[in-house]
Design a protein around this ligand. Sequence first.
Ligand code: HEM
Length: 391
Amino acid sequence: MAVVDDPLERLLTPAALEDPSAVYADLRDNSPVYWHQGIDSWIVSRFDDCALVMKDDARFACDERRFEGTASQSVGIPVELLSLQSLDPPESGPLRSLLARGLRAQITREFERNLAARVERVVSRRAGREFDFVAEFTVPIVLGSIEEILGVEPMEPSWFSGIADAVTAAMDSPLRPELHEPGVAARGVLSEMVEGWFSQPPSGGLLGYLAKNRDSEKVDRRILVNSVRAILHAGYESMNSAVNLAMAALLDAPGGLAALPDGRSDPALQELVRFTSPVRIEGRVPLADTVLGGQRITAGSFVTMIIGAANRDPARFERPDELDLARTGNPHLGLGRGPHACIGTQLALTQMRVVFATLARLRPTAALVGRPDYRCTATIRGIDRMVVAFD
Ligand code: HEM
């Protein structure tokens, strides 16, 4: 199959950062499964192929140790680097179940009330003003949520967002090798912080829960620390992107925030995740030679899924490039699928419901001032700055 001029690079042009639909369509139509020489990986963009790779963990692995010795890219992974994200079933089972129970226990009425109160406070201070929604609203709101979920003391928002953004940027290092080292350093800062929390765990939150319940599942402490670091990072960064991208999509749509059905319907939130696809690239490794989308791919070669393109696939979604807040039967892949599906799904949807219901109630006429400044990243989409006017 011919390699087109680099569509991954084209995702990073200003027009595609704001509206990637044309690049997604080009990928799906012309190169649905192709070998990308630059990043040494297959690129997969149609819904059915991406859904299959996510679901079929017998054929497609996250855990690189499963194909060690047979694969071109295989490396021994020391236990220090293992986490929920790199373990597959059945090994991941006890860890996933412990973390899922711990997270579920934190999503309480009190958590929702506290979040709504924080949103109300930020909104009331900005009445009649134009302000940067990203720095003044989303960053403190989302950081406050993950701090409460973990049970830790407040951190300085601009310091933390700098560290978290460097880890996110490094996910693009196959395309931008210079981002790798700063990302490793930033991840080290997060690891050290989480390690400190494990040494002196708070009484409440997920950390308090794990201190009390960890032994029941006999999970390796280092793997647990890395998994909590992943929860801290994704809980902040994926959520930050999701809230900003959803806000931009809503303010661009006819009716703005007032058009949100009741401000809290689950189909509307699912549609916002599908349409914006904040986490748009994920990877797996085939354990045996296999055929994907008619293309023969070899064991151990990397497979990169463009979730954003899959979520706009007309073979699966009617009018895929339209934000339809009443859309039902919406099997999008924006929160993953299968054994590595987002463990924060319930937390993410709860936060989006509370945030947008509160914003729609208090500021239904909120409007964009100018265009958002979209973040120049491929793996996780995002917005760096977005001026919003409140009445
Ligand atoms: C709307 C916001 C969010 C989006 C769009 C999102 C998206 C995703 C996606 C697509 C995956 C699947 C990755 C894969 O298949 O390899 C994933 C996994 C994950 N997410 Fe989220 N996420 C969000 C919020 C959160 C939150 C709030 C947390 C905090 C608990 C979180 C923690 C994680 C973790 C730890 C994983 C790895 C799971 C595993 O590999 O088994 N995410 N997320």
